[in-house]
Design a protein around this ligand. Structure first.
Ligand code: F6P
Length: 362
């Protein structure tokens, strides 16, 4: 088998904790075990689309001590430039050929992509249409990549949300209020469910389960009956209003979830004497210092991805399953979008703790 000489790595989609640790692991494994050179492509696929090409050759010096504990990605990323509909000089173009030409001119033998389901779908399609050999590593705070128990970044987001609940608990108790924390997660409720349990929330609202305002008020009354004058509510950003409407914000034609916490606060205050305040945690979940488990997962994924590339086992996705890193085809990996299911052990845990989580425990 001819030996590979040079590979690329890029981060694509929204950033999260642990990305720098993945890039570090890729570099160390490639360099030490295989003496493969690693090119860090800047700003996702943009580094391969733009001219001059935007990349840096990674060296030991690239990974000064602080990077493993640093949130974000030092290579940069982007979550809007779909290469199939790339906006350039006032019109949309298909940038696939530009990416293929860049890969060729850099003499890359493979490309490791660190991305969520959206990025993986796009890059798999590009690799099918070109000679680009890819291996993928799952990252997303949403933890919605179907097949892996954990994606890089999820646990850091859960930790940030748990710490926010811890801080909100004391002020909730001081003022006798219901404090509402709105968290990210796109269409999946994993962050809200996990942090809700860890932070002792009384009410957890996730998009997978319907709630009623009456159910929320009942729970608040039950808390009051137990002589506790405050409560914690955590709510996933994509939870809908009781009438089924989404709550979103328009950032120059980019729709993002946000604001459902205020709706719930108003409804509670209309229907009870409980005072509410809302905190929207937002991008703090993405930029927080990566927790140990994310750095560990990142390191294990990075090493395995390089081993796959070295064996020329392309089109594979590394995943975490039963405390092991295994690899599956990218197609298999992007087939399922993972939301919270009725069988989720944590859902059962939350219900068993008496948490109000919607119609499932009414
Ligand atoms: O997919 C990650 C995520 O943080 C979602 O949880 C959130 O809905 C979205 O990205 C926010 O995207 P942006 O950074 O473009 O505001």
């Amino acid at each position: 088998m001819t030996k590979l000489k040079r590979i690329g790595v890029l981060t694509s989609g929204g950033d999260c904790g642990g990305l720098n640790a993945v890039i570090r692991a890729i570099f160390l494994r490639a360099k030490k075990k295989y003496n493969i050179e690693v090119y860090g492509i800047r700003n996702g696929t943009l580094g391969l689309i733009n001219r001059p090409l935007d990349y840096e050759v990674l060296t030991y010096k690239s990974f000064q001590g602080f990077l493993i504990k640093q949130g974000g990605t030092f290579l940069g990323t982007n979550n809007k430039g779909n290469p199939f509909k790339f906006f350039k000089d006032g019109k949309y173009i298909d940038a696939t050929k530009k990416i293929a030409a860049a890969y060729k001119s850099l003499k890359l033998d493979g490309l490791i992509i660190i991305g969520g389901d959206g990025s993986m779908k796009i890059l798999k399609k590009i690799s099918d249409l070109t000679d680009i050999n890819i291996v993928a590593i799952p990252k997303t705070i949403d933890n919605d990549v179907g097949v892996t128990e954990y994606s890089v970044g999820f646990n850091t987001a859960v930790d940030a949300a748990t710490k926010a609940l811890d801080s909100l608990q004391s002020t909730a108790a001081s003022h006798g209020r219901a404090m509402i924390l709105e968290v990210m997660g796109r269409d999946a409720g994993h962050i809200a469910l996990n942090a809700g349990i860890a932070g002792g929330a009384d009410i957890i609202l996730i998009p997978e389960i319907k709630y009623t305002i009456a159910g929320i008020i009942n729970k608040l009354n039950e808390i009051k009956k137990n002589k506790i004058g405050h409560s914690l509510i955590i709510i996933a950003e994509s939870v809908k209003k009781e009438n089924g409407e989404n709550v979103t914000n328009n950032y120059s034609n980019q729709m993002r979830f946000g604001g459902i916490g205020y709706y719930i606060a108003q409804e509670i205050m209309k229907n009870s004497d409980m005072e509410c305040r809302v905190t929207s945690l937002g991008h703090i979940q993405r930029g927080a210092t990566p927790v140990a488990i994310d750095r560990i997962l990142a390191s294990a994924f990075g090493v395995s991805a390089v081993d796959l590339i070295a064996k020329k086992k392309f089109n594979r996705l590394v995943i975490w399953k039963n405390r092991k890193v295994v690899d599956i085809s990218i197609n298999e990996g992007i087939k399922h979008y993972r939301q919270v299911t009725d069988e989720d052990v944590l859902l059962k845990t939350a219900i068993s703790l008496g948490t109000y989580i919607g119609s499932i425990n009414n």
